[in-house]
Design a protein around this ligand. Structure first.
Ligand code: NAD
Length: 350
């Protein structure tokens, strides 16, 4: 008998991922699932996974101490509140809900019923992100003045509920929530001053299918966060500019590349000649005037997400994903929508 028992509400693509992950944990097991669609319930049965008759039956199961919510985004809030009312602790998929006011209702319910509520911000375990976080802490690029974090695809917005505003579709809520969470985690204790954003509607007019946001932090750093779904050529996953060097991670799983000036004399810069003129400013560096370094990404273990959840339930650790951090990301997403609508910079008071 394992120490913790989880049940899942919503058994689509992401719940399957959670199921496989929990199977690898020593201290947690899955009691069963509930999904409103018969085909998903049938699929669960075909995998020998217990299927409850209803959400109510799932929430009434006394052996369940934790409920995972992996439904479309619009119903996270109501299911989370029902679950906490029934005495269950809750892991909600991201985005936790659609607006700050809804999140506040969830936090209030967590306090009222004395249950633990957290959010699956799993991309805090992304190895590319952890590599950039370490680079920032090392300070080897001198003073960093600009960071760029992007994910690019070329198939448009997925053809499911992610296309529909009533289900909380759109790429700000889908991928933005991850990249913005990572962005805020890079500067602990630093206030965000400004947000300026534009949205794209290339393949869908009802929800955004991509965005570019400029986050201005109080330490002077500007960070570009971008999600694109009509990009047949991808820009680097990470691009970091400092006074002493530049770093880049091309794509998930690729090495971190750092280029620094190494002090060799560069007086005789050979200009680049183009059809219409010449430039020394933009000429490439001579190989002997730069130092190039390549490092593999940091390693992580995503099982640590549930290990931390269990440690919180046993009173041994604080939650790694704090609700005030989740709320801050929610307010940045709201600022992105407001900025795009008004075509204005949104000022933050932090
Ligand atoms: P999906 O469409 O594959 O699965 C959602 C499932 O929920 C469907 O089977 C649907 O029938 C069911 N459902 C809908 N309303 C329900 C209700 N009221 N009660 C019970 N079941 C209900 O979607 P998905 O890709 O699995 O996404 C689910 C959630 O996971 C979303 O919030 C999404 O943002 C999140 N997600 C997170 C990550 C991540 O890396 N953290 C990745 C993908 C998806």
């Amino acid at each position: 008998m394992k120490k913790h028992t989880l049940a899942m509400v919503g058994f689509g693509g992401m719940a399957g991922w959670h199921y496989d992950l929990i199977e690898k944990l020593d201290e947690m097991s899955v009691a069963g699932i509930w999904d409103i669609r018969e085909e998903r319930r049938e699929y669960a049965r075909s995998r020998q996974i217990h299927v409850y008759e209803s959400q109510e039956e799932l929430l009434a199961d006394e052996k369940v101490d934790l409920v995972l919510i992996a439904t479309p985004n619009d119903v996270h809030k109501s299911i989370a509140i029902e679950a906490m009312k029934a005495g269950k602790n809750v892991v909600s998929e991201k985005p936790v809900t659609l607006q700050t006011a809804d999140l506040q209702e969830m936090i209030d319910a967590s306090k009222k019923y004395g249950r633990f509520l957290t959010v699956h911000q799993n991309r805090r375990w992304d190895e590319d992100f952890l590599t950039v976080k370490k680079l920032m802490a090392e300070g080897t690029l001198g003073e960093v003045f600009r960071l760029e974090s992007r994910v690019h695809g070329s198939r448009g917005i997925p053809g499911d509920w992610r296309q529909e505003p009533e289900h909380g579709g759109g790429m700000v809520l889908d991928w933005g929530v991850h990249l913005l969470d990572q962005a805020l985690m890079l500067f602990p204790g630093v206030a965000l001053n400004t947000v300026y954003a534009t949205l794209t509607n290339v393949t869908n007019q009802l929800v955004d299918d991509g965005f570019t946001a400029d986050l201005g932090f109080a330490n002077g750093i500007h960070m570009i966060v971008e999600v694109g779904t009509s990009n047949f050529i991808s820009l680097p996953r990470w691009y970091v500019l400092g006074t002493d060097g530049t770093a880049m991670i091309g794509d998930w799983g690729e090495d971190l590349k750092i280029v620094r000036a190494c002090g060799a004399d560069e007086e005789d810069v050979v200009p680049v000649r183009t059809a219409a003129g010449l430039t020394k400013t933009m000429a490439p560096r001579r190989e002997d005037s730069i130092f190039t370094e390549s490092r593999p990404e940091e390693k992580s273990d995503i099982r640590d997400f549930y290990r931390n959840v269990m440690a919180v339930l046993e009173g041994r650790e604080e939650s790694l994903i704090k609700l005030n951090e989740v709320a801050r990301v929610m307010s940045v997403m709201e600022a992105i929508f407001e900025s795009a609508k008004k075509r204005q910079v949104i000022y933050f008071e932090e």
